[in-house]
Design a protein around this ligand. Structure first.
Ligand SMILES: Cc1ncc(C[n+]2csc(CCOP(=O)(O)OP(=O)(O)O)c2C)c(N)n1
Ligand SMILES: [Mg+2]
Length: 397
């Protein structure tokens, strides 16, 4: 039994009564209350704590496996920082940083099995990595040369979805398909995992996905990365109860996990996916984390949040706690960290070279891959556009 917790702050003003008072705004800005039900296996100080409900789900994670999880997080962070730098240098039109959410994404991504399907939003570069999508393949979307060049069927990783919450409908539909094909229960059981943010929970699509999945027992894990902010809107403006508790109203379990603890995210995700594979889906997982950088490179978070909030979350850094645990708890020495640093440098250099070498697409490219079958109307539009481009001296590129 969890300790009763007063989730609704005293003196909460009526929803329609003007601007909220200062204390209310500050409470929202510091909306870092983890609450009594947080699942945590590794503290911010790198100490492994017992968690009877979930320990068994990571019993196989030995030193080598923990090093591999740490390596994943270091490399995706490095790819993320490199892409952010490329945007600042004008090589990408935009980038969506994942900084701070590495554990939430690697824990979930490594819990997925090859037959499972993942539906990302636009920040899931860490999950992409776990599904074997090279970070270089993400760059085209943000350089404007393609709409995502990986194969969702081959990788089990759907294309990025910018329309907030929309992928919850697609994921639920896909999970229903898995169910219709007899993929629930049995040796080749599959599940679907749907990634979305705290702000997305206010979208109708997410609600509809929840309702549909609940009443048809769809094998889908709804994985909400609560990074505390939806651009400039704090959690305070999305909900009056912790997000994981929303699941209760739909009739399925909701778990809040420390989203900066890769071991806990792995354990909870494995459990949730197994529930779905064995016919006990859906499940909601709220990974309680923090977006340490801007929403996108077009955003300036200093306009709407306090610097001390970021300082607080730096102490809970998802990479640092694993590094400390590897050194103190597993005797991992400098060689490992030095080699990893060299590997991340190589990855960054490769990404940079790839970005510079990406061919500029011709004007006809925007018309390709719109439909699986040829479309006479679209062909006519393309021809008219190409003729228009050709009417300029030297053509238009
Ligand atoms: C339907 C829709 N409405 C609005 C937007 C603009 N928009 C882009 S990101 C975003 C905030 C999403 O916040 P959250 O769900 O918490 O995800 P996060 O970006 O924090 O990962 C909004 C409103 C959009 N892309 N789609
Ligand atoms: Mg968010």
């Amino acid at each position: 039994m969890s300790v009763p917790h007063d989730w609704i702050p005293a003196n909460t003003p009526g929803a329609t009564v003007g601007a909220p008072p200062r204390e209310h705004v500050l409470a929202g800005l510091r909306g870092t209350d983890e609450g009594p039900d947080l699942v945590q296996l590794l503290t911010p100080e790198g100490e492994r704590v017992a968690c009877p409900a979930y320990d068994a789900h990571v019993a196989d994670v030995d030193t080598a496996a923990l090093r591999a999880l740490y390596r994943d997080m270091v490399l995706v962070r490095r790819a993320d920082r490199e892409a952010t730098a490329l945007q600042r240098q004008g090589e990408l039109g935009l980038w969506v940083p994942l900084l701070g959410q590495e554990a939430a994404q690697i824990g979930a991504g490594r819990a997925l099995q090859p037959g499972d399907m993942a539906f990302p939003s636009y920040r899931e570069h860490g999950v992409a990595w776990c599904r074997g999508v090279d970070p270089a393949a993400l760059l085209g979307i943000f350089r404007g040369t393609d709409h995502g060049e990986w194969d969702p069927a081959a990788t089990g990783f759907h294309l990025y979805t910018i329309v907030i919450g929309n992928q919850c409908l697609n994921a639920t539909g896909y999970a229903m398909g898995q169910k219709f094909e007899g993929r629930v229960g049995g040796p080749d059981a599959q599940a679907t995992m749907c990634f979305f943010g705290d702000g997305a929970t206010s979208q109708g699509d997410v609600h509809e996905g929840f309702v549909w999945a609940a009443v048809y027992d769809a094998p889908v894990v709804f994985y909400c990365q609560n990074n505390q902010w939806a651009i400039s809107e704090p959690n305070e403006r999305q909900t009056r109860v912790p997000l994981y508790r929303r699941a209760q109203g739909y009739g399925f379990p909701g778990i809040r996990v420390d989203g900066n603890d890769v071991l806990a995210c792995l354990a909870v995700s494995r459990w949730a996916l197994e529930e779905c594979r064995t016919g006990n889906g859906p499940v909601l997982v709220e990974a309680f984390t923090y977006r340490m950088d801007a929403h996108t490179t077009s955003d300036d978070p200093s306009r709407y949040r306090l610097a001390d909030e970021l300082e607080l979350w730096k102490l809970k850094d998802p990479l640092e706690r694993v590094r400390v645990h590897l050194v103190r708890g597993h005797g991992v020495g400098n060689d490992f960290f030095d080699e990893l640093a060299a590997e991340s440098d190589e990855l960054a250099a490769r990404l940079r070279a790839h970005c510079h070498a990406m061919p500029r697409p011709g004007p006809e490219r925007i018309f390709s891959h719109v439909y699986a079958e040829p479309s006479p109307e679209l062909d006519a539009q393309r021809d008219a556009y190409l003729a228009y481009c050709a009417s300029f001296e030297g053509g238009v590129r």
